[in-house]
Design a protein around this ligand. Sequence first.
Ligand code: 26Q
Length: 818
Amino acid sequence: MTEVTAPKASLSGSEFANEIRNKLKYQQGVELSSATPADIYVAVAGAVRDHLVDSWSRTRNDMVSGNTKAVGYLSAEFLIGKQLSNALLNVGLDEQFAQAAKELGFSQAEVLAAEREPGLGNGGLGRLAACYVDSLASLGVPAFGYGIRYRYGIFRQEFDDAGRQVEKPDYWLTEEEPWGHADYQRSQRVSFGGEVVENDGVTVWKPAWSVRAVPVDYMVPGYRSGRVNTLRLWESRSYDEFDLGAFNRSEYMEAVIPQVDAENITKILYPEDSTPQGKRLRLEQQYFFVAASIHDAIATFYPGEDHPDLRGFPEKICFQLNDTHPVIGIPELMRVLLDEYGYDWDTAWDITTRTFNYTCHTLLPEALEVWSGELIGELLPRHLQIIDRIDAQFVEGLQAKGIDGEQIDRMRILTRDGNPQVRMAFLATVGGSHVNGVAELHSQLLRDVTLKDFSEVFPDRFTNVTNGVTPRRFVRLANPRLSALITEGLGTDSWMADLEQLQGLAPLADDASFLERFAEVKQANKRDFADFAAARYGFSIDPNTMFDSMVKRLHEYKRQSLKILAVIAQYAAIKDGSAENLLPRTVFFGAKAAPGYAMAKLTIRLINNVARVIDQDPDVAGRLQVRFPENYNIELAEHLIPATELDEQISQAGKEASGTGNMKFALNGALTVGTLDGANVEIRERVGAENFFLFGLEVEDVDRLYAGNYNPMSYVQADPRLKKAIDLVANGTFSEGDRDVYAPLVSDWLTKDYFMAMADFTAYMDIQQEIEDTYRDQKAWNRSAILNVANSGYFSSDRSIQDYLDRIWHTAPLPENN
Ligand code: 26Q
């Protein structure tokens, strides 16, 4: 772990207030007397930026002139969340800000609230990228995050009167956005379409159109590391000014169309978080940001050189492919090396494979990206040629190794039937040095199932890096009360840069006064959340009930339907008087569904209507409540996680690659109820089986049931609670008597139930008893919760990054950090 060498900024709160006043006056032309919180927010952001620029340029210079290999984290998504409080904390101006805000006559909260959250990601994968750039900077590793600055981020979710999800555009740039800095000097040209011609044996791609990629740079301040890295998000612009000829003929619309088309590339984030649709614009996005990033890296590391020797490129920078979305970078680097620099195939291939590494984030076969050869050929004809040759050489190599024909067919990167397809995960596996999964179990399943053929041939290529989360945002900033208690318990705040220190809290789990303080922290967080949710959503929430949360994208494999069926069963038990002893609970859901995912959207509707029916029923008052705030995002996570006592991680075993919410909850002292899936396995190992509520089928059980004739009906018949719950959904209880509304859900449960929620229902209900018994013994519960905090230090993204450094990137922090 690096030392925290940079001192906290040495100015006073009043001095910082003066800097803010100056920004307000000279940059914004606003008088303090008439300033709104939004004005102050922009001024504070500007003042903080000024404190970062020196470290920023020093980091860039050291990165380029030093001998430490840099990391380029290529990701179509960076779900960074609000920036201001994180920047203040990391640069060490948080206390000064508190005082300055007061001096200027504003509350910290109202200033922070003025920031819009950039929703430049869908969920876990995008948030992971954001945690990783935070940790890279905090560890002082020279790195770029490379991605896309979407004009519209993930849609804003609203619920209509019937409880259905309605998607609203997230036009997040309507107010001033003080963080992004467009650097026109570093623009890149990215080309598409056209044809490939041979000129005297030289291959030349003659593209049909080009767009300009303009980088918008975001500073990524390390936590007290004195280092500031760059998150470079590309925006597409047109090169074509108005076509004057057309304009003179008054064909104004035709003149602007090419311009509009070019700018469409980065307009919108695709809201699917699996099941890629093979859309042309999506491929354009992928190629656009990856091509711009590769060219940018060459320009950055060989400044002023016209035709540098790129054989040393892999020692300058390595690219991490965040899932398959940037994998088109492999043929792009090959193209650059072959066609623009004139290297022979073997040299180019050697450079390329030493440059790239690939992280896989899924196990679902339908989530593995496949592009039609036809589309790639239209958009990127030269790349298709290169992919064809990569595949051919690869097959030759397999034949030379004596791999049998059937296995070779299964492994082809470019399928050779009538409708050729490019399998991006295979291309990534072959075109890089390492492939990693995101939790132990996931990496094992990748080796044994999803990429089995490849792991047999290239066993050394496969490794694991278990995901992590940044403790700065998700503990320190989200949960200041717990953070203060941890600091007091450990006698230092250095745990924020070295999270394994949390181990030191373990003995305090048996200390009566610490237990009591911990309980007070949780209770205060619950009250805060109840107030926040009352103000924002008009919810009434009783902070004396158990807070039970399930927040994540809505997906059948994650099994929100298992949870809601259990809630319905408890509701039914209250109604028929068989739940005398039920522990009062508030069940929180947060989830967006992909706009085209009908089952997921119907599940949202059901949850909302279960919430409504329960609320309207006086028989249940005070005993069971469901609360489903709209538009789950980073900000809501930061509020809800610290207040949660029970965290639901109930995916079908073998389907959730890792999960990262599970880590955030454990670090904030929630207990998990979960299956043996993803990182749950490792969390349970670390916090202790007795501090984790395990239930359900395991991977082998699931496989066995699939192999047999899985029949969900037999489980429904066997558990009257389940039968009753499904009956209530089917008979219109949650749809004002209309039996058709949820028919697709009901029919799926009874006949298909691919993710086996029915098979796990009884075990899930039974574990509730254990949960309630433990909860009634608040001391035992809190003891377990403290042990969750104490033993979850491993799940810091700093540790994940250290693992990437050791196992994959083979690089290190910059020599000195100040
Ligand atoms: C692909 C092509 C076209 C359109 C969309 C996509 C697309 C976009 C986002 C596909 C997948 C995603 C996101 C996937 C994701 O978030 N996966 C999650 O990654 C986390 C970080 O590793 C894991 O913790 C989760 O288990 C995994 O589900």
